[in-house]
Design a protein around this ligand. Structure first.
Ligand SMILES: [Zn+2]
Length: 240
């Protein structure tokens, strides 16, 4: 399998193309979320032929890209580009992306250094998640330790704490199994915001639903939880 970079122009818009040669029968096109056209084709098919194929798909490409842009305006996403601001535990860091021999990520001072051997959005995302996961491993148990004493009068199970990258919610709780799952992306937020999510999930051990009783249980233990929830907006967009 080999891969090469090309460009394709349609209606005065130019799109980057990643052309991968491999053992496939036909030319396959996939429009990626970053606007790149990912094409796989058999080894012997010349570029002219592939370009003609893309021209036939022009309407589809233009429409797919337009839809993607519209979606990204509604749900802004991080592109993880050099110079971007990333938040970690509520503190801003500047992302420094460079090409290198390895795929690594670490933070030092006010900077997150990302070294890429494979310069793809998927690899950037993988490294970013790795950094957040390692941070979450410290932040989430610490938050649980702060929130558990608020239930001293209740027979709360000692939950199994998990984390996962989630795109639709900040946390989840399975009261019967005793599992609390925190969204890995919460590692971008400061402790007090993580705490209100942790508290929310722990309150599900008392009330599995979102009834008035549930929110009463929240408010008794954390009167300002609504302000904490609103403060989350400052740290968005967060996801890739
Ligand atoms: Zn809930």
């Amino acid at each position: 399998m080999t891969s090469e970079q090309r460009q394709f122009t349609a209606r005065s818009q130019t799109f980057p193309v990643i052309l991968v040669r491999k053992k496939v029968k036909n030319i396959n096109l996939h429009v990626r979320s970053d606007g790149t056209l990912y094409v796989s084709a058999p080894a012997r098919i010349p570029w002219d032929y592939i370009e003609a194929f893309l021209e036939k798909k022009e309407d589809f490409i233009i429409r797919a890209i337009a839809e993607m842009r519209e979606r990204q305006q509604k749900f802004p996403m991080l592109t993880l580009s050099d110079g971007d601001t990333l938040y970690l535990a509520g503190h801003p860091y500047t992302l420094d992306v460079r090409l290198g021999l390895h795929n690594t990520i670490h933070r030092s001072g006010q900077t997150v250094f990302m070294e890429l051997a494979d310069d793809t959005l998927a690899m950037r995302q993988k490294l970013y998640h790795k950094l957040l996961q390692s941070l979450g491993k410290k932040l989430f148990p610490a938050s649980l330790a702060r929130m558990q004493p608020l239930f001293i009068d209740q027979a709360l199970p000692d939950p199994v704490l998990k984390q996962r990258v989630m795109r639709s919610r900040w946390g989840s709780c399975m009261p019967l199994k005793g599992i609390v799952t925190m969204n890995t992306y919460l590692a971008i937020m400061p402790e007090e915001i993580i705490d209100h999510v942790m508290l929310h999930e722990l309150c599900h051990f008392l009330q599995p639903n979102h009834s008035r009783h549930f929110y009463d249980a929240m408010t008794i233990r954390m009167p300002d939880w609504k302000e904490r929830r609103q403060a989350m907006a400052k740290y968005l967009p967060y996801c890739v």
